[in-house]
Write a protein of this length. Sequence first.
Length: 658
Amino acid sequence: RSGDGIVRYDVAGNALTNGSNTTTTFESYGRYLFADTLKWVNEEWVDYILPQTYYSFTHKTAAFADLLDWWAKVVKNKNVLLYSGMGIYKVSEAVSESWQKDYKEAPNQILYSTRRKTVQGTVFYSYTALKNAFLGDVSSNSGKGMKLIKEEMFINPAVLPEIISMTPIKLPGVANLEVIKTVSGNKIVFDAVDNAKSYVVYRSDSSMTFETKQVYKLLGANDIAGKIEYLDANVSDTQYVYGVKVMSRTNTLSDGADFTMLDFSVIFTDESGNTLSTVITPYGNAAVAPLAPTRPGATFVGWSRDISAIKSDLTVSAKYSDSKLTVTFYGIDNKVLKTENVDFHESATAPSNVQEGYTFINWSIPFGDVIYDLDVHANYEINIYKVLFKDYDGTLLAELNVEYLQDAVGPLTPVRTGYTFNGWNQEITTIKANLTVVALYEADKFTITYVNDFDDSIILIKEVGYGEALTYPAPPVVRGYNFNSWTPEDSVVYADMTVHANYSIGEYNVKFVDWDGVILKEENITYKEEVIAPVNPTRANHDFISWDKEFGDVVADLVIMALYAPYTYTVKFFGPKDEVLHTEEVNYNNAALGFTAKVEGYKFVSWDTDYSQVTEDLNIHGNWEKIKGGCNSLNYINGLSMLSLGLVLFILRKRSFI
């Protein structure tokens, strides 16, 4: 779509734009195709996008640079590769632009693309124009331009860009890389790698750095008996260093393996170790042996080592029909398992080949008919163990095949809503067996704030794990208000929350009750509502005093009783001479206490009035009997005492006269 060419981005990195800085473009999504290619990029629905930027730099309404600049900005934040589409066919069209005027239009478009970081290459349309130009047709601007591209720009093989929209697949590097000098050139041989898409061969006349400029040849993945071979015939006498990387289906390259062209020294000796000759032999070639010395009584049978393909410095000695040959068996890491001396053409006996973590395949060379000193290596296949990564609910996250003692590489960090990934439930390093590991999570913590809605005060702040049921503290007591409920109620925690304690004003029942339980007044009131007492009640022979409770600030149901004081009467007790002997104040209908009446010279008999239930003022007179002798009982005793004393004195006097 044509627009102002400005591209902005939202927080997700999506391009926000009204179109390229052009005035006439084909809006495929606004017509019959309904293909919104900008949306394809923003949603990352495609691995790469190839816009038809077919116009030239000088096009008046849709110039190449304006188109490519816009697309380069569109893919900036997205895992989508961008290639520039070049319309070299336009050279043959009758249009007035630089395609017909400038044979450097095509090279300049390539150079312009290389200066845009997000442009990964150029695609030509059509192939016919490309082929004719590459075959040497320079009769047109496209032919001249492609000749320039071929000779100055397309001089090295190009490694395909990695597909950034896919999870990278990195294959292991090649093994057993060899470079053998032959009469035809340098033969490069290495083991094929399973699932390889292709191989990148690097070559350097100095050290191997695997730089882009060292890319020499791209090889297909077809192997012969598990080997990949390539003959580099363009070598002359240069000693090259070669390197190889494996490309996977995501165009991801493996680590590099390199090999330098080498020559080796082969020293030939007699049985006593005396040097017969030394020859310099290129890697993989046969060494030229000297004439072997003769020995009486024995026949020369050969040299102690195979010299048909030299791959290291070597010392070999002459062997005879009565010589002993040494067979050495090696295990993992070239550990010597056994050394055995055998006669010429005899067999050696292999040792045990059991090795933890490996499955024995075979011995590297036969040893049933020994004619050389042999180094026999056990070939093993490293055990592959299955490592299953499962989520907390048993969902399979990834299934990996991991070599013995290698570390498993976990999948992308799993996501569980409300939880933070906390690793795996067991170690995934140095794998030695099939393994199932489960993702561990820690519940995210959320802050729960409990608020008193009455005054907005904070009751409690605490952290609660994701998915846990909400618990509630004891609601605070608010004077005059009733706690109703918590909001929300019976909830589960999924985020920070504020929980409210809800209150309503208190409603209370107030009863005014008389002394005998009769309800004088009853009403329902709310907190702080004024309570008005009834008219003071009356009670016979009693005075109303007050109510038994305060009711100015009611915060509970109340029963308020009327309090009375009974009337009080005076009770007087009189003696025989109308003198007041005793006075009491007695409540209505109560009994007077009375007292023990004692008056000198009188004996108390009774009171003349009943005072067991006083209902008025009383004057109570006693009934008395006068005691003879004018004394009361106490004086009577005293008198008897005095009389006795007198009689004694009288008797004493009487006797004194005798």
